[in-house]
Design a protein around this ligand. Structure first.
Ligand code: PGA
Length: 246
């Protein structure tokens, strides 16, 4: 169960939230991950010291260092986090991130010991045009181009239909599962049977009331949650649902 806090929370607020997540995750079998804003990675990693909760960056630049004002290098995130979101639709839609950029970031993540959580998903227009599967497969193959069969086992894929993110219009669980299955099958074809175990998350308006529908599908291993991850009670309920499913 992964919570993406997006651009929310001062350090003080993030520490409070992290304490609540730590308490909710105590003793659960499911893997829990939070993605705080970069300015709170250090303090949040302090809260999770000695806990199995994983920490993710929300974005990285692909270069190791240099004259890139305002960007965050992979090694800076890796000081505090084991994971990094790559290719979130907000990066793609609002900041012009391309498939090539996501691929560079995936390689940069591996170079610095970070496991990428690669986000893919179609827009409403692409779905209406019947291009869901080609869009998702195209983003998937572009992002993973050139990675090894060993590396592929460390990635996670988040299938997040763009039209469902932050809108309350959650995807039908059967359809989310169908696309997750397509992702799994495509990775197996491209990378071999080991890629069949890649963890696949659904994301888009997930909350305590609908999460079980997604987790019940054999190809959906978890969820990437935005809005509801900022509410400690809701995220606690999501962690419990993931624990039951695990
Ligand atoms: P949401 O965001 O849960 O607020 O729809 C999901 C995401 O962007 O990962």
């Amino acid at each position: 169960m992964a919570g993406n806090w997006k651009m929310n929370g001062t350090s003080t607020r993030c520490v409070e939230l992290a304490h609540a997540v730590r308490a909710a995750s105590d003793g659960v079998a499911a893997q829990v991950i939070v993605a705080p804003p970069a300015t709170s990675l250090a303090v949040v990693s302090g809260v999770f010291a000695g806990s199995p909760v994983g920490i993710a960056g929300q974005n990285i630049h692909w270069a190791a260092s240099g004259a890139f004002t305002g960007e965050i290098a992979p090694g800076m995130v890796a000081e505090y986090a084991g994971f990094v979101l790559v290719g979130h639709s907000e990066r793609r839609q609002l900041f012009g991130e391309t498939d090539d950029d996501t691929n560079r970031k995936v390689h940069a993540a591996f170079d610095h010991g970070l496991a990428p959580i690669i986000c893919v998903g179609e827009t409403a227009a692409q779905r209406a045009a019947g291009a869901t599967d080609t869009t998702v497969a195209g983003q998937l193959f572009a992002a993973t181009d050139g990675i090894t069969a060993v590396e592929v086992e460390r990635i996670m894929i988040a299938y997040e239909p763009v039209w469902s993110i932050g809108t309350g219009a959650a995807c039908d669980p059967a359809e989310a599962g169908r696309v997750a299955g397509l992702v799994r099958g495509s990775l197996e074809v491209a990378f071999g049977p080991g890629a069949g175990d890649v963890r696949i998350l659904y994301g888009g308006s997930v909350g305590p009331a609908n999460v079980r529908g997604y987790l019940a599908h054999e190809d959906v291993d978890g969820a990437l949650v935005g809005g509801a991850s900022l509410d400690p009670a809701a995220f606690g309920a999501l962690v419990r649902a993931a624990d039951e499913a695990a």
